[in-house]
Write a protein that binds this ligand. Structure first.
Ligand SMILES: [Zn+2]
Length: 376
């Protein structure tokens, strides 16, 4: 079975809350932060509803899940206090991850700040050696995430990931988390050369190291080094490229985790597109959303067809305009999905009874192309 899910909240009743949220999206896996990603405050492990959460997961057929380490951890820092905090806190997080029964904790390798990449790689390896030695009693692997190359972050190339792994003694406990948005932003061509990118990864790092895949579209063109996630289909990668990734034999069996942005015109009413994204990627939209959902998507094809709007070119053209034309962006800063939503509000074919979330779910399905109507 395809393992696909999203990042979910671990607040309130911990693992039980996380499992319930994941189930509400139709997930078969999910990812949590054990507490706020930006601080080190953590609830005691016995208040995290671990047994209850596991029982709920089991009843829903959810097996493997993933933990993400907080991004305040920077093993690449030359500052001793930052580095020490990173080593100590990562060890605590690994023990918590072990107590929850999770095999992989995803880690952003680190950033070299005022030094250089070579310093960063050595420092990260030094930190990982300490962390792994201090947690040898656990069954947890550290999944180094492929990064976009924003600022001074390490992990933007497969070579950097390999260099870290090579310098770590117990490196059988190092795995990799591929992030589709990050790889694209770092310059890898997942749209036209997926096989080539995976072969390159296999040669430099080894595909057997891949333990998790973060599935995100990107708001920026390939090589932009930005790291801004877009909903599936609403970015430069597109639904088809992402669908090819999750179906690729080389990545079979891995948990695929969405970290796509929540959207909505009012901040407080923002909703994730996870449920629709999961159903579209898994291919069970009709079972999940019903016949009338697909009828609505067909109406969207007709409506936008009449206006000569093609999903891929509209999305790419809008992102290109927003990136390259400051004046046009100032006049109209709306992102592609919001523009499409607004068009539908004026004279679209969907029922006015539908919520903003429901309209956006249908737009997300429209991104998947007309094939969806045939295949579903
Ligand atoms: Zn991450």
């Amino acid at each position: 079975m395809l393992k696909i899910g999203s990042h979910v909240s671990f607040s309130d009743k911990g693992l039980l809350t996380a499992a319930e949220e994941a189930i509400s999206y139709g997930s078969s896996t999910f990812m949590i932060y054990t507490g706020a990603p930006q601080n080190t405050r953590r609830k005691p492990i016995d208040t995290l509803y671990i047994e209850e959460g596991k029982a709920r997961m089991e009843s829903a057929g959810i097996g493997e899940i993933v933990v993400h380490a907080p991004y305040i951890i920077n093993l690449g820092s030359y500052k001793d206090d930052t580095f020490e905090l990173a080593v100590n806190f990562l060890q605590e997080e690994i023990r918590r991850t072990d107590a929850i029964g999770v095999r992989n904790i995803v880690l952003h390798p680190g950033a070299y700040t005022d030094k250089d990449a070579e310093f960063g790689i050595n420092r990260i390896a030094e930190g990982l050696n300490e962390v792994l030695a201090g947690t040898s009693g656990t069954a947890v692997n550290i999944a180094l995430e492929t990064m976009a190359g924003k600022g001074t972050e390490i992990g933007r190339s497969f070579e950097e990931i390999a260099a870290i792994i090579e310098k770590v003694k117990d490196n059988h406990r190092l795995t990799v988390c591929m992030d589709t948005c990050h790889m694209h932003d770092a310059g890898y061509d997942l749209v036209h050369d997926l096989d080539g990118v995976l072969e390159t990864f296999d040669r430099i790092v080894g595909l057997d190291r891949v333990a998790v895949v973060h599935v995100n579209d990107s708001k920026n063109p390939r090589g932009a080094s930005k790291d801004r996630h877009a909903p599936i289909g609403a970015g430069w990668l597109g639904h088809e490229a992402i669908s090819n990734i999750i179906r690729h034999d080389a990545l079979k069996g891995r948990p695929f985790i969405l970290e796509t942005p929540w959207i909505g015109k009012v901040d407080k009413k923002e909703r994730p597109m996870y449920e629709a994204e999961i159903a579209l990627l898994r291919g069970d939209v009709k079972a999940r959303f019903g016949e009338s959902f697909l009828e609505d998507v067909e109406k969207l094809h007709h409506y936008f067809g009449k206006h000569e709007i093609v999903p891929r070119s509209f999305i790419i053209d809008t992102w290109t305009l927003l990136k390259n034309d400051a004046k046009a962006k100032k006049a109209d800063p709306r992102e592609p999905m919001e523009r499409l939503y607004d068009m539908l509000e004026v004279d679209g074919p969907l029922s006015s009874e539908l919520s903003e979330e429901q309209v956006n779910q249908r737009l997300t399905a429209w991104f998947a192309g007309k094939d969806l109507l045939v295949k579903a």
